[in-house]
Design a protein around this ligand. Structure first.
Ligand code: ADP
Length: 239
């Protein structure tokens, strides 16, 4: 089996003393569409932060596409695209500048980046907004801009933290189609979500995390065992 992500016994205690992760193991196959589910404060963002090297683990081993996250930090960064929950671009910057600057951050010239940027802005319905300041975009467009920006360097792994939070139903469906196609074309995708329906529609494997521990994981049908995801989820997090 080839893995995109291997986490072994990951612990994280923040400086405040909060224990966010209590030794989690997680193995995500290359090409998977994987959901990390759990209530607020479960440890989802911490897990993602560790993969994206924004959060320093307290202990444990992380490898991404068989690369050690510490020894091959730059290569690991180049293989990951992250869509964080919060909009974190400059609101005065134009849409196309935001994506071109991100490409520059990964060492791509404008000419090298242009074909992918054109493709992404078109696919995400942002082509007509290239010259708009990002503050002029709707919430759904801002979310799509975050996705375009995360993909400019063609990462093999895309990580989305609550990608459809606050996104209306119609747009959510469009975003699902976009992500499904991306996954079919070979990109491994990990998402965290509160929407169980989202996980059920999109994901082949899931893990349910609560209070810093993985409580259940496997293929969607293994985890469901004939029940609805809501039933399984509530059973776990009420314990
Ligand atoms: P989730 O994404 O599942 O909501 P988080 O990973 O954000 O969970 O949080 C897990 C725990 O760690 C929570 O108790 C949260 O309050 C705490 N936590 C998260 N980030 C920090 C931080 N930067 N400093 C201190 N505690 C944090």
């Amino acid at each position: 089996m080839k893995y995109a992500v291997q986490l072994e016994k990951i612990h994280k205690t923040y400086d405040s003393g909060t224990v966010a992760l209590k030794g989690i193991d997680l193995h995500i196959e290359q090409g998977d569409f994987f959901a990390l589910l759990g209530p607020n404060g479960a440890g989802k963002s911490t897990t993602i932060g560790i993969l994206a090297q924004l959060v320093r683990k307290t202990s444990g081993e992380v490898s991404i596409f068989d690369m050690n996250i510490e020894q091959q930090s730059l290569e690991v960064k180049a293989s990951i695209g992250l869509v964080p929950q919060e909009f974190n671009f400059n609101i005065f910057e134009k849409v196309e500048d935001i994506v071109y600057n991100q490409a520059g951050y990964y060492g791509l010239t404008r000419n090298e980046a242009k074909p992918e940027i054109d493709r992404l802005l078109l696919a995400l319905g942002l082509d007509g907004k290239r010259k708009s300041k990002s503050m002029e975009l709707s919430g759904g467009m801002k979310r799509r801009l975050m996705i375009a920006r995360a993909l400019v360097h063609k990462p093999r792994l895309l990580i989305l933290d609550e990608p459809t939070a606050g996104v209306d139903v119609e747009l959510r469906l469009e975003m699902w189609d976009f992500l499904k196609e991306l996954n079919q074309n070979g990109t491994t995708i990990i998402l965290t979500t509160h929407y169980l329906e989202e996980a059920e529609k999109l994901c082949r494997h899931i893990a349910i995390i609560d209070k810093g521990e993985i409580r259940k994981g496997g293929t969607m049908s293994e985890v469901l065992g004939g029940k609805s995801l809501e039933e399984v989820y509530l059973d776990i997090i009420k314990k």
